[in-house]
Write a protein that binds this ligand. Structure first.
Ligand code: ZN
Length: 162
């Protein structure tokens, strides 16, 4: 395995900026590089694929389509829930983010799309569904993962375990 360029199984440190519709949505500026374990699905597939073979110091601009990013916007990914299923004292307002249990008991992320007298409409789309993502990335470090990182499938920064 080469340590000189981005390859599956390497821990990659990158500086990045993300734009959507010309606005900066996220950046590593001021918070330090992001580390990810390549090939483990830690970052969106469309970006990871474009970063393969980059060397330390390489910079690249990458445009990621919705299908390789956070998915297409799904008109069907809405659910209407009776207001009475929420705690009475809970303030329900448009845009509020919730974790909802599905039939199998898995937590699913949703946002309140609208609130009516009797019904709350939930939107299960990722907030960036349907968005074209523009990244500027710079590889600033590469290393071999620890055995534990390989086992967990993600990077342990600053020795923290989870
Ligand atoms: Zn872990």
């Amino acid at each position: 395995m080469s340590e000189n360029k981005v390859a599956n199984g390497q821990v990659v440190s990158m500086e990045y900026t993300l734009w959507v519709d010309g606005e900066i949505l996220d950046t590593s500026d001021g918070q330090g590089p992001l580390q990810f374990l390549a090939g483990s699905g830690n970052i969106i597939p469309g970006l990871e694929r474009e970063m393969l073979d980059m060397k330390i110091g390489d910079e690249k601009e990458v445009t990621v389509s919705p299908e390789d990013g956070y998915g297409e916007f799904d008109e069907e990914a809405f659910l209407e829930v009776p207001r009475k299923e929420f705690p009475e004292d809970m303030e329900l307002e448009e845009g509020l983010e919730l974790s909802v249990s599905d039939d199998e008991g898995n937590a699913r992320y949703a946002r309140i799309d609208s609130v009516e007298t009797d019904v709350v409409r939930l939107d299960f789309n990722h907030p960036l569904a349907g968005a074209e993502l523009k990244f500027k990335v710079k590889v600033v470090g590469l290393r071999e993962p620890t055995a534990e990182e390989v086992e967990h499938g993600h990077v342990h920064e600053d020795g923290h375990h989870h």
